[in-house]
Design a protein around this ligand. Sequence first.
Ligand SMILES: [Zn+2]
Length: 393
Amino acid sequence: MPTTAIVNIGSLITNDQTLDAGLLGELRDAALVIENGRVAWVGSGAQVPATDRVIDAGGRTVLPGFVDSHAHMLFAGDRAAEFSARMSGQVYAAGGINTTVEATRAASSADLERNLVRLATEMKSSGITTFETKSGYGLSVEDEFRALEIARKHTTETTYLGAHVVPADYKNRGEAGIDAYVELVMGEMLAAAVKAGAKWIDVFCDRGAFDADQGREILEAGRMAGLAPRIHANQLQPGQGVQLAVELDCASADHCTHLSATDIEALAASNTVATLLPGAEFSTRSPYPDARQLWSAGATVAIATDCNPGSSYTTSMPFCIAVAVRDMYFTPEQAIWSATLGGAKALRRADIGHLSVGARADLIQLDAPSAIHLAYRPGVNLIHSTHLAEDFS
Ligand SMILES: [Zn+2]
């Protein structure tokens, strides 16, 4: 296996806490050696060992590839008209999801896959090297199975979200229809998701979607079937979603827009990552959560795109970092950490989100003298190149 050195790195973000070099483990004038797709050596550019190949970073910043731990990429159509109406003064309601459900059910598998690939390509050009994607726009046994089968061809981080909303064909039947849908989600549809190779199970636990009791039942059923739980919690209003996430040891509680002091304490004392989604508040013109409270309590915080056609149609992690800094009061360093190692922790992955020895060599070359420029230069594409571990073998 050939070895590769990346030399002449102006600023290297390792996220390696053992270096005693700040939250981001930043080394100046650094170099990195890669062997078998893994980081094999990190250190000063003056001491780099000989390798088969050399890449000159030209003084650029090198940082771990972004880890997008929350996206919804299996859908058809768009909702530009709904966005325009909302920006003209209407209030966001979760029911808009049904518009996408109809379009998704009507689309061919080839079209769904083409759309996924288009979005994944956008993500890679914005520096994302690992993405999670959920189902949740099929909401029938066949359509959820189809979405997850397509997803697993493109990522290992696939999430079954049959419990996104109750689809119109069940909701129209009132309480009995809702109960029947919850049964389906925990029964036949769950079995199909497992067969399709889903890794995670998620529930949208909020106003207009599922309550905490339904969420608990569904996530426990998923866990019994071998899926690991995560949850959409406390986006539209305060509620029990975050407490449920901690109770069930969910890998992450996502959104966390409306948090009580008790929620923050519970997160800080748990292994559940608080995943904030700046694109969602931005695109629904909603109040932003204050990340300072989570950081000062000691909670682990991630940032993700929440890419979806209704409430956050972005694939740009640099955009999310800029908004997180400006409007959620992350420091630039915290935002960069949350979009890399924070995202990895939200997926319970130890091999990504950092560039210490042993990590996958998923990394970004940034056309800037420091990673802070990601927030400092909003809307400017600073991604010079995105490399996956496989590119080096
Ligand atoms: Zn979401």
